[in-house]
Design a protein around this ligand. Sequence first.
Ligand code: FE
Length: 257
Amino acid sequence: MQVYRIPVLSDNYIFLLHDPDRHTVAVVDPAQAEPVLQQVRSLNAELIAIFNTHHDRDHVGGNQQLIDRFPQITVYGGAEDRGRIPGQQVFLHQGDRVEFGDRTAEIFFVPGHTKAHIAYYFPPSNPGETGELFCGDTLFAGGCGRLKEGTPAQMLASLEQLRNLPDNTRVWCAHEYTLTNLQFAITVDPDNPELQQRLAAVKEARSRSQPTIPSSIGIEKSTNPFLRWDFSNLQLAANTRDPVQTFARLRGMKDRF
Ligand code: FE
């Protein structure tokens, strides 16, 4: 399975999953249809699935046009998003499995950004491979989604599930927010050498308009303050010893950053 990254709108990424043996493609969170159709044409493949992580317009905006063009397509989304995702046919719960080509994704229910948000995790199919995580607006490189429809405790539990994935899992999040996220991170975790290095590298990449996605679970665990609610220096920055309070206060500080 080959993953293609398509930048759209101001800072969104659409991801295409390509199965070269079967000449099929699935798309994750098509904000727009046209860039997806172009890439599907250039791969000379058939679009067979839309994997939506949540209902926000910048994640489902291309659904209807893709359905019109490929009427046989299957549209997947979270069970709690019923009525909010255009064309949704499959209503997924925690632990459900979804097949694409020779790979099978596990579904994580990750409420917090929205009440219905899900993530798609493709474990490695053989030992040399990495897992692929499509986490929408839950975990970002260096940050996490805003709490639009969920509580800090819910979001922490959602992120904890993702934090437990293998370190080499590639993290395909839906926005290029990494630089601002790390500029906030360094204010609450200033003495973290891995974070200092990452910020410098991301600054350099962004100055050349290079993407910073995918990240990996290992990088996020060592540098993302929103996966570090149980580290004493972040608890100190949040002025509490309570993990949920730590997370909640960091999220509040980021909202005002
Ligand atoms: Fe978004």
